[in-house]
Ligand binder design. Structure first.
Ligand code: APR
Length: 314
């Protein structure tokens, strides 16, 4: 049956960009989830994976993040992660991380799921039980063969052979990201010279991150599932992620099924790649820009005026 009355303006079919309207939804929300990606740490100076910033020494970052790449050339993969560990340690949490920390402190039922392995949320003192690290951490070290794991190893370099010239690497990364083909010769490191597991003695140590093709940490998934199963979810924030990597991206739909409105915070708009969060509709929100600027603004009713600890943060 045809409906009568004036046709609403086109914008009323899509997501809202109105901060006041978002504040009203936030104030009435009791259970909130957030899915974060590399864009949250972009203002801290760390590169993202897809699009600009996704290259390291002429290699696509995503191509080095697989068990197969490690099996093929563990030295090369370790050098890439050594670079990422070093850069993450140089970086500081930004206002986006701190806004999420404050929101979590003020609301126990605010659960953040981060795909980031850079340790910045932890360094901003995100309440531990409200931060679920979907893809592990650069600072955990695991064995490639057995169950050995060492948490929070901040050695830089992790092993003398893995020392990198960070200025040179940053220059090469910038060139590669500008589309220049840089002739980089990475000195091969023989597997026998790489650090081995102190437990089984035979396996190679590897970064404690979740690579493509690997399952998410079981306990983390169970904790998130139990949060989702417990009750209705009011709001799902999707922050600085292309939301294309599963199962992480699947949480957007899971939250929707539990009634959540979706609010995207991203440099890109609807014409960019928003993956699982691209089907924004009326009742949802889209805030386009830098997460470090937007999060303190949109979360203001919950966190007040954000104060970043002195000597910390960017
Ligand atoms: N503020 C908000 N968003 C930003 C900013 C910023 N300052 N800078 C970039 N972005 C957005 C980009 O527009 C993009 O949508 O952040 C997103 C980054 O996306 P990806 O590079 O795909 O990173 P992410 O979604 O975290 O990747 C998911 O893939 O490579 C694997 O395991 C890795 O955890 C990673 C996963």
């Amino acid at each position: 049956m045809a409906t009568s009355g004036p046709t609403p303006p086109k914008s009323s079919y899509g997501p809202s960009t109105d901060i006041q309207e978002f504040h009203d939804v936030l104030k009435s929300s009791k259970r909130i989830m957030a899915l974060c990606g590399a864009g949250l740490s972009a203002a801290s100076g760390l590169g993202t994976f897809r699009g600009a910033g996704g290259m390291w020494r002429n290699h696509k970052a995503t191509a080095l993040a697989t068990p197969e790449a490690f099996e093929r050339d563990p030295g090369l993969v370790w050098l890439f992660y050594s670079y990422r560990r070093h850069m993450a340690l140089q970086a500081k949490p930004n206002a986006g991380h701190y806004a999420l920390v404050e929101a979590s402190k003020r609301m126990r039922s605010f659960l953040t799921m981060s795909q980031n392995v850079d340790g910045l949320s932890q360094r901003a003192k995100h309440p531990r039980d409200q931060l679920k690290l979907l893809h592990g951490s650069l600072f955990d070290i695991k064995c490639f063969s057995c169950d050995y794991i060492e948490l929070n190893n901040f050695d830089d370099p992790f092993h003398p052979l893995l020392a990198i010239d960070s200025d040179e690497d940053a220059r090469l990364a910038a060139a590669a990201n500008n589309g220049e083909s840089t002739k980089v010769k990475t000195k091969p490191i023989l597997p026998k010279n790489l650090p081995h597991c102190p437990s089984c003695k035979t396996g190679l140590l590897r970064p404690g991150v979740v690579w493509f093709g690997e399952p998410l940490p079981e306990d983390t998934v169970a904790e998130i599932d139990s949060f989702i199963d417990e009750d209705k979810v009011d709001l799902m924030l999707v922050i600085g992620t292309t939301a294309t990597v599963y199962p992480a991206a699947g949480y957007v739909d899971e939250a929707r099924k539990k009634g959540a409105r979706v609010a995207v915070v991203n440099m890109d708009g609807l014409d960019g790649e928003l993956g699982a969060a691209s089907n924004l509709k009326r009742g949802d929100f889209l805030f386009q820009g830098d997460a470090a600027k937007i999060l303190p603004e949109i979360l203001k009713p919950l966190i007040g005026e954000l104060k970043i600890p002195e000597t910390e943060g960017v």
